[in-house]
Design a protein. Structure first.
Length: 365
């Protein structure tokens, strides 16, 4: 069985191969040749004074190549108010100030484990790759200006991905903390060799943008409906970054999947399944009986698999406002990119092999 670290994965993964493997995975999903289980989050509110413990998991499987991936996170989470917005922060308490996220890759032919590696790099690339894949079908062909909200690790993955599907000539950036946005702009200019203009007000990002990306840790709206101009394509990593009014401005809308939020199970709420993207309100309530939020209006929109397969059309005119909601992760993405990294690592001799037999058993489970 192969073991890789994030540095090795970073050296192997690329925009081109990520998009190719993801597109193939969504094609298989449309054909009924791939499967995934919706994300499930478990919360234990009273195990640490540093925040709330959360365990997140999801799986996905492909027939070509025949693999199944299990992705899991073991986190301590805290919600904080910053410059008028509520953000969710993962606290690095493991080891010497680190986080815990793993991907286990299995053979769908023999059942045996193929690889185990951290999820950090693949997590960034699968989210950004999904946004970029949708933009390939929904953004104007001549899109040249990228407007970006955010200066964190998701924003950093979205820049090269968007540059990979369109010839981006300029980038406008806003992030609430001046030092963060200036540092990020310098890093991105070196990485993609495209000029990055840092702006002082968020609405300036949208001025003249052909593609607008919200890749933040905010759980409230960051793109106002009045900022959208004819011909723009807008995307987000959470629907709350757009909000209902902004989403309704779109002439053409697509979503990642119709499962609009994770399945949450919280200690103190019995066996209730709470379907919510961020259960902070329920956690603050403490215990009791609750009802899951009503599904948002957009859950009936076409999914990414429908765009990729050609079952629904992409952009039809230069003036359409198009929108993609990258609303929830799927284990399918980890199977696709896990298979991509695994094949490349095996062919190049990257990583460390440990006996597969260590993880097998002769006792019938």
């Amino acid at each position: 069985m192969l073991i890789l670290n994030n540095d090795e994965i970073e050296s192997l993964i690329s925009v081109e191969t990520s998009l190719r493997f993801l597109e193939k995975a969504y094609s298989q999903q449309a054909e009924g040749k791939a499967v995934y289980r919706p994300r499930t989050d478990l919360y234990l509110p009273n195990t640490t004074q540093s925040g709330v413990y959360a365990f997140k998991s999801m799986e996905g499987g492909l027939t070509d190549p025949p693999v199944v991936a299990l992705r899991l996170n073991s986190d301590v989470i805290r919600w904080e108010e910053r410059e008028g917005r509520t953000i969710k922060r993962k606290i690095p308490l493991a080891g010497s100030g680190k986080w815990v996220g793993l991907i286990l890759l299995f053979s769908a032919e023999t059942g045996e484990p193929l690889a185990i590696f951290p999820d950090g790099v693949i997590q960034r690339w699968r989210v950004a790759g999904t946004s970029a894949l949708a933009a390939r079908y929904l953004a104007r062909e001549n899109a040249a200006t990228l407007g970006l909200f955010g200066s964190g690790w998701q924003a950093g993955a979205h820049v090269p991905m968007m540059c990979g599907i369109r010839t981006i000539k300029r980038i406008r950036l806003y992030s609430p903390t001046k030092a963060n946005r200036e540092r990020f702009a310098e890093e991105m200019e070196k990485k993609v060799r495209v000029p990055v203009q840092v702006v002082e007000r968020p609405e300036e990002v949208a001025d003249g943008a052909d593609i607008l990306v919200a890749a933040t840790n905010a759980i409230t709206r960051v793109i106002e409906p009045g900022w959208l101009r004819p011909g723009v394509h807008v995307t987000c990593v959470k629907d709350c970054e757009l909000g209902e009014e902004t989403i309704r401005r779109a002439d053409r809308l697509a979503i990642h999947c119709r499962r609009f939020a994770p399945q949450n199970y919280i200690a103190g709420f019995g066996d209730q399944e709470i379907e919510a993207h961020d259960p902070v309100d329920f956690l603050q309530q403490g215990s009791g009986s609750v009802s899951s939020p009503e599904p948002p209006f957009w859950v009936g929109a076409p999914e990414l698999k429908d765009l990729v397969s050609g079952n629904v059309p992409g952009r039809k005119s230069e003036r359409e406002i198009t929108c993609f909601i990258n609303n929830i992760g799927m284990g399918l993405q980890f199977a696709a990119l896990g298979a991509c990294v695994y094949a490349d690592a095996k062919s190049k001799g990257v990583g460390r092999e440990v006996p597969t037999d260590w993880f097998l058993e002769s006792v019938h489970p």
